[in-house]
Ligand binder design. Structure first.
Ligand SMILES: NC(=O)c1ccc[n+]([C@@H]2O[C@H](COP(=O)([O-])OP(=O)(O)OC[C@H]3O[C@@H](n4cnc5c(N)ncnc54)[C@H](O)[C@@H]3O)[C@@H](O)[C@H]2O)c1
Ligand SMILES: [Zn+2]
Length: 361
């Protein structure tokens, strides 16, 4: 089967975009011993698949309840203990079946178990398919911050089976579309244009359209990962929409907006900032705004503005004491700036509130 590949250091990571379980089952049958971690919701929805996996010789399965508060060191230790109890060895392969939470935690377990074993990402949410499964960033949360403990550990392959999306709730689909919209702005005209024309089909989960946009997204991410595996330079562009998005999530204790929703709002806010700094033409701002309006839900969730401003100062993307913003300068172009004023951010937050994406207090 033809796979998309990305290369990091000397290895090649194949990405299979498929619409059946056969690739996963074939890979499982091809290894002597496999540990499979399945998101418990996915295990419930796909009982037949789980029993087929259970029937493969040398395979052990455990389930994991995918909640952000479970992406922690305790659950990591639980997983490692399970590996020891089941005699997982250095040459065993871990398969992570689930969304980004399952993939991040399991991938980190694979990174540290006996100094690192191979693992395969089997993403089941749109966000995980286009973002978290690609690029090798794995980790867990700590009280001092999200994703603050982790590693770079590339998967040995990624199997994207779009059939999983049939059961994905709409709000989770929107989350994936948040990251996809970010890629469209980063990537440029053909991708952005495709999204403008096809967002309705995507929201209706039309399979062929989903497959195409997933491929375009993964190709976009792969270009950044290949150039900058450890995120010390250009990979930071993937944080477009995330500086303000993350501050909104943090200011609302991570329980009012889903990550992708916050990224959509962050995209509009950062585009607004760019327009007011005369970096982005108003017609491009309008296009970004229009696509976000079509995808994001309207909300009057209360967000404390002061807290957003405070959080921006804690943001881990801070370099030399200044907050770094990735600002769009066109469709397909961004710059990194550290001279965004508090007034710029305040005005942008007021704008997203007036547009019905949140309310500020
Ligand atoms: N490593 C990276 O580069 C990277 C990038 C982006 C995000 N992330 C991380 O990813 C996590 C978010 O991932 P996510 O949005 O996939 O969340 P998630 O893993 O919590 O999944 C969202 C919800 O969907 C359910 N679910 C999963 N697959 C399903 C399916 N096929 N049908 C029905 N329900 C299904 C899950 O049980 C969960 O309730 C965050 O922890 C974030 O930090 C990591
Ligand atoms: Zn993100």
């Amino acid at each position: 089967m033809k796979a998309l590949n990305y290369r990091v250091n000397s290895s090649r990571v194949p990405i299979y975009i498929v619409d059946s379980d056969s690739t996963l089952l074939a890979q499982l049958r091809g290894v002597t011993k496999a540990a499979v971690v399945v998101d418990s919701r996915v295990a419930e929805l796909y009982k037949n698949l789980v029993s087929e996996i259970g029937g493969v010789d040398g395979t052990v399965i455990t389930t994991f309840q995918a909640r952000e508060e479970n992406k922690n060191l305790d659950k990591l230790e639980g997983l490692l203990t399970f590996f020891f109890q089941k005699n997982i060895r250095r040459d065993s392969v871990l398969f992570a079946i689930g969304g980004g939470i399952t993939g991040d935690l399991s991938g980190f377990a694979a990174a540290v178990f006996q100094r690192g074993i191979d693992y395969v990402q089997v993403p089941t949410t749109l966000l995980a398919m286009v973002d978290s499964s690609v690029g090798g960033k794995v980790g867990v949360n700590h009280n001092f911050g999200k994703n603050m403990i982790g590693a770079f550990h590339q998967p040995s392959s990624i199997i994207i089976n779009t059939k999983f999306l049939e059961t994905l709730p709409k709000e989770e689909l929107i989350c994936g579309l948040g990251e996809i919209t970010k890629y469209a702005v980063l990537s440029g005209e053909p991708f952005f244009d495709f999204l403008e024309k096809n967002h309705v089909k995507l929201l209706n989960k039309e399979e062929k359209t989903l497959q195409r946009i997933i491929k375009m997204s993964v190709e976009t991410k792969k270009r950044y990962v290949e150039k900058d595996v450890r995120e010390s330079g250009i990979r930071a562009h993937l944080n477009l929409g995330h500086t303000v998005g993350h501050a909104i999530e943090a200011a609302t204790n991570f329980n009012k907006f889903k990550h992708g929703e916050a990224v959509l709002i962050g995209l509009v806010a950062e585009s607004h900032i760019a327009m007011h700094m005369k970096l982005l033409h108003p017609s491009h701002f309008e296009r970004i705004l229009k696509i976000v309006r079509q995808i994001a839900r309207q909300s009057n969730e209360k967000v404390p503005l002061e807290e957003v401003l405070n959080r921006l100062n804690y943001d881990k993307k801070i370099k030399s004491g200044k907050v770094r913003f990735i600002l769009p300068t066109g469709i397909g172009r961004v710059v990194i700036r550290d001279d965004v004023s508090t007034k710029n951010v305040t005005d942008a937050m007021k704008f997203v509130a007036s547009d019905g994406l949140l309310s500020i207090t």
